[in-house]
Design a protein around this ligand. Structure first.
Ligand code: NAD
Ligand code: MG
Length: 393
């Protein structure tokens, strides 16, 4: 029996994770569920999965959850705030932590789970983008098992030899090929994208996801964040990772070997597959995902990404190569810009402008501590927020 804390239970990844867990009541037990503000949804999840703890963002949400749970006779204890997230992520009763909070807010609780030596199912790519060096050092120090949930990274993990990360000769791996669907605006020019709305940007052709990552998929920033994530997860330089636009989202990523072999992982685009793969690894379990029908798919296409129309990808690749705190600055500016776009304060193409301006306005330094990462994050947020205010005038 694996005991699990699910950080970000009410989100898209959280709900898919609970769907897989519900199919295997003899294998998995939920210790804690957390959410930021979706109290009603969390209350319903608590009634179904009976966790020991539920954690929300603030005291008001906690009181509301408390009274909802009380009236239903639930025994779940309600906590709130960041320290409580860290506590349920590192509790000795917990084997596995699903890190599925969106954005920089996921960093501290995920690190707490790493430092406690938990098995980490990592969906929160932003924590690796912000603090990859410190994060991977903490994984090595604690001996925690880190398994990727992002479909591309999970695919690469499945195509690499098991001892890849400890292999000195890199096991004959030449390149990682990172699949990208191209998002809802694939083939569009920058001019055509000037007036797109948040709903258009969030209407992903193949994947159903939270709004922040959906916008990132539309700007291709998501692929840039994933490239940085892949550098850290697989200890590969950005120069050995290539983005391949593959509109069908059936091949989730590939590994190219020096003998000419290329291994790929295929499947229907449904996050329950990588979630179940990591939950059960090295075993395989049922997920409810429909079998891939290659005859129905019929065609697999590939294109190079258009870096001119999608400058966010180009900036992320440059930030990966620049290293230091460039990825943390890129990530923070992007979070602020995406929220401003979702709030209809800036246009879609201005997301890239905010990120570019913020990167240009900061001095790059090597972050030696979590506090230094948080300082870069904070400075970039202040800078990009001020720039957005100027754009609005
Ligand atoms: P989502 O917006 O659907 O859900 C986010 C979750 O985080 C919610 O449970 C929310 O309550 C919680 N949350 C938000 N802000 C918080 C805060 N300040 N403090 C604590 N909790 C907070 O997001 P999602 O699509 O499920 O994505 C979650 C993570 O997984 C992201 O990092 C994303 O990049 C990654 N990811 C998602 C997908 C996908 O298919 N959705 C695929 C790959 C990777
Ligand atoms: Mg992905």
């Amino acid at each position: 029996m694996q005991t699990i804390t699910l950080l970000g239970a009410t989100g898209s990844i959280g709900v898919s994770t609970l769907d897989v867990i519900a199919r295997h009541p003899n294998k998995y037990r939920v210790f804690a569920l957390t959410a930021h503000s979706q109290v009603d949804k969390l209350a319903a999840q608590c009634q179904q999965f009976n966790p020991q703890y539920a954690v929300v963002g603030d005291s008001q949400s906690a009181s509301r959850l408390q009274s909802l749970l009380k009236s239903s006779g639930s025994k779940t204890q309600v906590l709130w705030g960041r320290d409580s997230l860290c506590a349920v992520a590192s509790d000795t009763a917990v084997d596995t932590v699903m890190a599925a909070i969106v954005g920089a807010a996921g960093l501290v609780p995920t690190l707490a789970a790493v430092q406690a030596g938990k098995k980490i199912l990592l969906a929160n790519k932003e924590s690796l983008v912000m603090a990859g060096g410190l994060f991977m050092q903490a994984v090595a120090d604690s001996g925690s098992l880190l398994l990727p949930i992002d479909s591309e990274h999970n695919a690469i993990f499945q195509c690499l030899p098991e001892d890849f990360n400890s292999s000195a000769d890199r096991s004959g791996v030449k390149k990682l090929l990172l699949s990208a669907s191209g998002g809802p605006f694939r083939g569009w020019s920058a001019e055509q994208m000037q007036s797109v709305t948040p709903d258009q940007a969030c209407a992903h052709p193949n994947w159903s996801m939270g709004r922040k990552i959906s916008v990132d998929s539309a700007t291709l920033m998501n692929k840039g964040l994933e490239l940085i994530e892949a550098c850290w997860l697989f200890d590969m330089p950005a120069s050995q990772i290539e983005v391949v636009v593959h509109p069908q989202s059936v091949i989730h990523s590939l590994v190219q070997y020096i003998d000419g072999s290329v291994l790929a992982q295929l499947g229907n685009p449904d996050m329950r597959t990588p979630i179940a793969h990591a939950l059960a690894w090295p075993e395989r379990i049922d997920t409810g995902v429909a079998d891939l029908d290659l005859f129905e798919v019929a065609q697999l296409n590939f294109e190079k990404p258009d870096l001119d129309s999608f400058p966010c990808l180009a900036m992320a690749i440059a930030a990966a190569a620049a290293g230091k705190n460039a990825p943390a600055i890129l990530n923070a500016a992007n979070e602020i810009a995406v929220q401003a776009f979702l709030d209809q304060r800036i246009s879609f193409m201005q997301i890239a402008a905010v990120v570019e301006q913020t990167l240009n306005g900061q001095i790059l330094t090597e972050p030696q501590s979590l506090a230094a990462v948080q300082e870069s994050d904070e400075q970039a947020r202040l800078y990009s927020s001020a720039y957005i205010k100027r754009l609005e005038k």
